[in-house]
Design a protein around this ligand. Structure first.
Ligand SMILES: NC(=O)C1=CN([C@@H]2O[C@H](COP(=O)(O)OP(=O)(O)OC[C@H]3O[C@@H](n4cnc5c(N)ncnc54)[C@H](OP(=O)(O)O)[C@@H]3O)[C@@H](O)[C@H]2O)C=CC1
Ligand SMILES: CC[C@](O)(C(C)=O)C(=O)O
Ligand SMILES: [Mg+2]
Ligand SMILES: [Mg+2]
Length: 338
């Protein structure tokens, strides 16, 4: 059984009595930094000069280079893109580490796949929120929290677990659930979830539905609302009350269609493909491909990104969302709002 911790089980002291550096101020970085600060932590930000630097300063943080942030801080949370972490770590973080410091991650990719090999005299842990960073901030500001996993890879100080738990509470996860895991489990389940279900599975399902309707002659705007916009409203019910709660709110006609058509869409073949995707993650094949893609300047990533952004559902959606400003209201700092 998983160990689950909540706010009342944890003291913040193991993190409030330390200097924390958040390296990176993107999706996760801004959320960790702001939530920790509001929980009484001493936070500085490590960055290169650029867009994030002025954003962090405007949000009231002292910003410095990753080198200086590492020299100053006891706990260095590395919230750079996974693919940028090894270089920044090698050149700017590692030379400034010292015994007694801790390095931390929000995803285990680089440690688990040995892209970063830390010295033995520092603590190494992860705190991985199970949600996008902008929601880690928004849900916290609204009084809630996003559940997080934590894991200790290396406990040089003997306090790594307490620090990881306190950090998890500091970002608000103890209001929801803080679950103990390993770097391996976090890395493999996170990659699987985002590829097969949350991102890859969902966007492919949406596009297939949209294309089926538009190719049959239905209006793209109607198809957009049916297959994309309404998904959020259905997912809200799943989030609040699970599958049964969602089914309580939809019509019996929809529920009958759910029972009978759903298994024809997600078939045994789909599950077999999911198993293959999981095996590719477990064997390191996916990680190897992603590392190589970055070493060759992302030819496939960039081409696919352009193709996806040009999809009709995106063109239609951009126009429709312009007429619904309430949809974007709380999403400051995201696409089109940066
Ligand atoms: N996105 C999410 O919600 C989740 C992410 N994670 C993990 O969190 C980590 C961070 O991801 P994410 O928040 O998406 O990252 P983002 O891409 O949103 O942000 C990256 C930040 O790092 C800065 N940066 C990039 N390269 C460098 C560099 N060479 N030197 C200094 N700063 C740099 C960027 O600044 P600039 O403006 O200069 O580019 C930006 O502030 C990853 O390990 C990811 O797997 C885990 C859970 C969810
Ligand atoms: C689902 C994608 C994610 O794993 C996340 C927001 O949790 C990520 O890597 O961004
Ligand atoms: Mg994730
Ligand atoms: Mg992820």
């Amino acid at each position: 059984m998983v160990n689950i911790y909540y706010d009342q089980d944890i003291s913040l002291q193991a993190i409030t009595d330390k200097k924390v550096a958040v390296v990176g101020y993107g999706s996760q970085g801004h959320a960790h930094a702001q939530n920790l600060k509001e929980n009484g932590c001493d936070v500085r930000i490590g960055l290169r000069p650029g867009k994030s630097w002025s954003k962090a300063e405007n949000d009231g943080f002292r910003v410095t280079t990753p080198e200086e942030a590492t020299q100053e801080a006891d706990v260095i949370m590395i919230l750079l893109p996974d693919e940028s972490q090894p270089n920044v770590y090698t050149q700017q973080i590692k030379p400034n580490l010292a015994p007694g410091k801790a390095i931390a991650f929000a995803h285990g990719f680089n440690i688990h796949f040995s892209q970063i090999v830390p010295p033995e005299d520092v603590d190494v842990f992860l705190v991985a929120p199970k949600g996008p960073g902008h929601l880690v901030r928004r849900v916290f500001a609204d009084g809630g929290g996003v559940p997080s996993l934590f894991a200790v890879y290396q406990d040089a100080s003997g306090n790594a677990r307490d620090i990881a738990l306190a950090y998890s509470k500091g970002i608000g996860a103890g209001r929801a659930a803080i679950m103990e895991t390993s770097f391996q489990e976090e890395t493999e389940t996170d990659l699987f979830g985002e590829q097969a279900v949350l991102c890859g599975g969902t966007t492919s399902l949406i596009k297939a539905g949209f294309e089926t309707l538009t190719e049959a002659g239905y209006q793209p705007e109607v198809a957009y609302f049916e297959c994309l916009h309404e998904l959020k409203l259905i997912v809200d019910l799943l989030y609040e009350e699970g599958i049964e709660g969602m089914r309580y709110s939809i019509s019996d006609t929809a529920q009958w269609g759910d029972f009978t058509a759903g298994p024809r869409i997600i078939t045994e073949d789909t599950k077999q493909e999911m198993k293959k995707i999981l095996e590719e993650i477990q064997s390191g094949q996916f990680a190897k491909g992603w590392v190589l893609e970055n070493q060759t300047n992302r030819p496939m990533f960039n081409a696919l990104n352009q193709k996806e952004n040009d999809h009709q559902i995106e063109e239609v959606g951009r126009k429709l969302r312009e007429k619904m400003p309430f949809v974007k209201q709380k999403n400051k700092g995201m696409v089109g709002n940066a």
